[in-house]
Design a protein around this ligand. Structure first.
Ligand code: SF4
Length: 1024
């Protein structure tokens, strides 16, 4: 009599092979007794397992209020098990329980807690369950004590055979005793030691044997008709025996470094076994994986890679299924609406939200700095209506009254389209339709049980009832076809397993030790009540393990030495015991193992040069061992690997052909070149190719308030508008001191407010007033300026805003004779900038150029809203040949002053004007002032034009290698292409050496080379 479907099928199949199939019915003992009950007493309703669980949860919730047990709802499974054991032992009411507890060592707190919980549970059962409902134990007791003959229920029954009866409860024994009174009953108890059935691993059946003998059963010892080679070995376990001198050749043991390597070892071994022995089929093989839950995904991947058809029966956590994940996300979304939960739902492959584009939703969610729903929906485009509709369903669940919570939640699940998605899952889909369907059924059943509780008890927080009911739920394995598949099972499924060869995977102390899994607290209560034996689990597991050995023709055990995180793993005490009695020693390493899969082949090919690989692959292809596509791909992979292993540049290092460049029109090569393009290329050719050529660009993050880029644009626009307003004609020097101070402040304010109004982003968010105050504080008058407030300090603590600081800096400069002359002025014609004999193909737009009549100097600025450190870094990079902005402007500026004799690039002072919301308005020293040891004349006349030409040559020649300037200069940390570029910064000096040696056209900035950049530049004569 078995309760496991699989075992039931096995017995039926075996019977049918030799007998009439209709003459045997296989059933569990409890199911059989329940059928008798129904036939004798009529159809009494059951107390469903899930309803019972809900009632125990509610009973514990009432306890929670008394604070008897910390977080009592978490203990529902343990309490439920205790109640089931009480009831099987004859307890039916609280007073009997109290009596039973009085005679035990349980503490008074434990007694009070148990009696209170049981009383509460019985009260709830009275309220919720059907008035005529009877528990299973009550029905079994009624059968055992029935005044009517049990033969009335089964008048044509000839005999009953019981198997797997290892640890019966007292009510089951009572039923068995009664059955034996009325029918011939045969109980089968397998043991490897029939002469002394309870010796060694047989100690697990000792109590059962005693109980049967006490009830008048006669014992008969039967030897197996087909003795297996390892029965003797199993009989030695846990007995006083000396170790064998020679281990049985049918047992082997392998130690692998990690669980992953262990699975690979097993897969290889299985594959070889199946390939080399025609008599061995997958049906002859059984894999016992006591840690199947944690091994499941590894097994699925690796066995698939090795082409081993397999099935496993393991219950998995609800959240490990797509349906379960969707339902749990939906519950969490109802408990607390957050955008990340909507993102998870939308991207779940079994969820189909109407009018929602999952790509848009996940993109916005990824870029958003917050999980706030309002911000999220505000950023959505086409998916907004679909998300709003989802949120309406969520709101309905949140507002639902207890009696309505389940139907409302089910409508939300319907909106997610889960059931339909499962029904339409293709059998060959990578998603396991069996598990998904089982998960959905389980959820539906759980929701039904919650509905009963919510209708009857009207809980204060019905949503919590739904959430609690779905916590820690496991999905039972769906029915599966096992023919021609290697089966993997856990230890609890091993009785009646049919196999010749046994493989034990993951035999560690954690997976296979027989320790009790229930919490110590409840274990001790059960022991005090005589419901649990201290070593029941251990003895039962030893028995199961031993019986598997006894029935196997060959056994191979594997154990991992450490976890993937290098935590040591202990070998199972069962394996230690086996090693003790048999003297087996583990093997290690992979050297002697056969290659079993494509990945083995790939590993063997790793490092081989393409020339030697090509003939081997061609032969393998011709002999039909690998398809042509594999051979081609492997060869290309080997070529790529060999290229990447060498320092010399190859086509695998971002080298584009002329045709490939042509495909991108002239986006990479068009002239004149701006400083942005040159700088991007100098920092990283690969990024330049992808961004400028292919125009791939990731969207920016969505930040709270106005972005720093927009603030920079407003500042920039303000100062330009301000000066243009003061300038009568383009190119005419402006003297701000010629204007009235109040007028200047008013003009600056007006220019600033105009720039804010015209900005792409609006400044009306919660953080934006502070930003505006930082810019405008102190400017003009409070009447004109809403952000003037002299008492409101700016972020830095300064009461003077950025624009006021700017004006004061400008007036200071004006007193020194500086006159702003050009704003946003273009430099360079279509063919570039003339420079002596050559024309440099560059152009651009300079933020501002000042002239000074007094000393005849020209100075140019680029406004930067970055920090001082950022500006200093760019200046250094200008010298290093990485950043081209200021040098390029210096080369172009003299073309604006055609009439000015002898004005050369190095006569132009070029620097950054820092205007940021610190607030700071500061002028950085010019490039020439900062690097006064460098000969700026030679630098600008020769070095910079050479660098520019070299970089352009590199671009024209298709040299788009990943960064040679190092990780921090290239800013790889923030690069959107970091996943695809395969840069190897640690080898950059070797690569540069190769470039120099081969005279490759790749541009290498001087700053990328070892040593100080100044060493590569012309020095200024100190006496000048
Ligand atoms: S990660 Fe670095 S090397 Fe790679 S593309 Fe981006 S910037 Fe270039």
């Amino acid at each position: 009599m078995e309760t496991n479907d699989y075992q039931r099928d096995q017995i039926e199949d075996a019977w049918r092979e030799e007998h009439n199939g209709l003459r045997l019915t296989v059933s569990g003992l409890s199911d059989f007794a329940l059928t008798i009950h129904e036939r004798l007493f009529g159809p009494y309703p059951d107390i469903e397992t899930l309803d019972r669980r809900r009632m125990i949860e509610q009973a514990l919730l009432a306890l929670d209020e008394r604070d008897d047990l910390a977080t009592p709802r978490h203990h529902t499974p343990s309490i439920s098990e205790l109640f089931r054991e009480f009831e099987a032992d004859g307890v039916r009411d609280a007073s009997t329980l109290r009596e039973r507890l009085r005679a035990t060592d349980c503490s008074s707190t434990q007694r009070d807690m148990l009696v209170a919980a049981y009383t509460q549970y019985l009260d709830l059962r009275e309220t919720i369950a059907h008035p005529e409902a009877r528990s299973q134990n009550a029905k079994l007791t009624a059968v055992a004590n029935s005044e009517r003959s049990l033969q009335d229920a089964f008048p044509h029954l000839d005999a009953i055979v019981i198997s797997g009866f290892i640890d019966p409860s007292s009510v089951e024994l009572a039923v068995l005793e009664r059955l034996a009174d009325e029918f011939p009953v045969l109980v089968l108890l397998p043991t490897p030691t029939p002469d002394t059935p309870t010796a060694g691993i047989g100690s697990a059946i000792e109590e059962t044997v005693d109980a049967l003998v006490k009830r008048g059963f006669e014992s008969e010892r039967t030897s197996s008709s087909d003795e297996q080679p390892l029965t003797e070995t199993a009989a030695r376990l846990y007995r006083q025996v000396s170790p064998l001198e020679t281990p049985p050749e049918e047992i082997s043991w392998h130690k692998a470094p990690t669980p992953d390597r262990e699975i690979r070892h097993l897969a290889r071994r299985l594959r070889r076994r199946l390939a080399t022995d025609e008599t061995c089929t997958p049906d002859d093989i059984l894999v016992l994986a006591p840690g199947l839950l944690s091994y499941r995904e590894g097994i699925a991947d690796i066995f698939d890679a090795y082409g081993i058809d397999h099935v496993y029966r393991v219950s998995i956590l609800l959240e490990r299924t797509h349906v379960g994940r969707a339902v749990l996300d939906a519950v969490e979304l109802c408990e607390q609406p957050r955008s990340d939960r909507i993102g998870q739902l939308a991207t779940n492959p079994l969820v189909d939200l109407p009018n929602v584009d999952a790509t848009e939703v996940s993109d916005v969610q990824r870029r958003l700095y917050t999980t706030s729903i309002d911000q999220f929906t505000a950023e959505l485009g086409p998916s907004e209506a679909g998300v709003e509709s989802l949120l309406d369903h969520v709101a309905a669940v949140r507002d639902a009254r207890p009696a309505e919570i389940v139907p409302t939640f089910e409508r939300l699940l319907e909106h997610l389209g889960l059931e339909e998605a499962i029904e339409t899952l293709a059998p060959e889909a990578t998603i396991d339709a069996g598990y998904e369907g089982a998960a959905f059924s389980r959820i539906s059943r759980i929701l039904e049980s919650v509905q009963t509780v919510c209708e009857e008890l009207d809980p204060d927080e019905p949503l919590t009832e739904v959430a609690t009911a779905l916590e820690g739920v496991r999905v039972p394995p769906p029915p599966q076809v096992t023919d021609d598949c290697v089966e993997l099972i856990g230890l609890q499924d091993t009785p009646m397993a049919d196999f010749d060869e046994l493989y034990v995977l993951g035999a560690t102390d954690g997976n296979l030790s027989g320790t009790e899994t229930r919490p110590r607290y409840f274990q001790s209560i059960g022991e005090a009540l005589d419901l649990f034996e201290r070593h029941t689990q251990r003895d039962r597991d030893r028995y199961r393990f031993g019986m598997l050995l006894a029935n196997a023709k060959r056994v191979h055990i594997t154990t991992p030495e450490t976890t993937i995180d290098d935590e040591p793993l202990l070998v199972s005490p069962f394996v230690d015991e086996l090693a003790r009695v048999t003297s087996i020693e583990p093997t290690t390493g992979v050297a002697s193992e056969a290659r079993g899969a494509r990945e083995d082949l790939q590993r063997a090919m790793a490092g081989a040069d393409p020339e030697s690989l090509a003939p081997a692959l061609t032969a393998a292809k011709e002999n039909g061992h690998v398809p042509e596509a594999f051979s081609e791909m492997a060869l290309r992979g080997a070529e790529c690997g060999s290229s990447r292993a060498a320092d010399a540049l190859s086509e695998h290092d971002g080298q584009l052909s002329t045709e490939a460049i042509a495909v991108l029109d002239d986006r990479l090569t068009k002239t004149p070149f701006s400083h942005t393009r040159l700088t991007r290329y100098a920092k990283c050719g690969f990024k330049y190719m992808l961004r400028t050529g292919w125009q791939f660009e990731a969207d920016d993050d969505l930040e709270p308030g106005v972005s720093s880029l927009e603030i920079g644009s407003v500042i920039h626009e303000t100062v330009e508008r301000f000066y243009r307003g003061l300038q009568p004609d383009v190119g005419e020097p402006v003297d701000p001191t010629a204007f009235d101070r109040d007028d200047l402040e008013r003009r600056l304010l007006e220019a600033g407010l105009g720039a804010v109004d015209g900005a792409d982003e609006s400044f009306d968010g919660v953080f934006d007033r502070a930003t505006l105050q930082t810019l405008f504080a102190g400017l003009a008058t409070p009447e004109l300026n809403d952000y003037h407030d002299p008492h409101a300090e700016t972020r830095s603590g300064e009461a003077t805003g950025l624009f006021l600081q700017f004006l004061e800096t400008e007036l200071d400069r004006a007193t020194d004779g500086h006159r702003p002359t050009y704003f946003e002025i273009e430099i360079g014609a279509d063919d570039g900038v003339p420079l002596g004999e050559r024309t440099v193909p560059i152009g651009g737009r300079v933020d501002r150029i000042d002239t000074n009549e007094a000393d005849n100097r020209v100075s140019l600025f680029d406004y930067k809203s970055s920090s001082e450190a950022g500006a200093r870094r760019r200046e250094n990079q200008a010298l290093a040949g990485v950043d081209f902005q200021l040098p390029l402007y210096m080369l172009g500026a003299p073309t604006l002053f055609d009439g000015r004799d002898g004005l050369r690039p190095h006569h132009v002072d070029a620097g950054y004007y820092l205007l940021n919301d610190g607030p700071t308005a500061t002028l950085r020293p010019s490039l020439a002032e900062r690097f006064d040891e460098v000969d700026m004349g030679a630098f600008l006349d020769d070095v910079v034009p050479d660098r520019i030409e070299h970089a352009i040559d590199g671009i024209d020649d298709g040299a788009f290698q990943p960064a040679l300037v190092g990780e921090s200069t290239a800013q790889c940390e923030y690069c959107e292409f970091s996943d695809v570029c395969d840069v190897r910064h640690h080898r950059r000096y070797d690569v540069i050496e190769q470039i120099d040696e081969t005279d490759a056209s790749t541009y290498v900035p001087d700053g990328a080379r070892p040593g100080d950049t100044v060493e590569y530049l012309p020095r200024r004569d100190r006496d000048e």
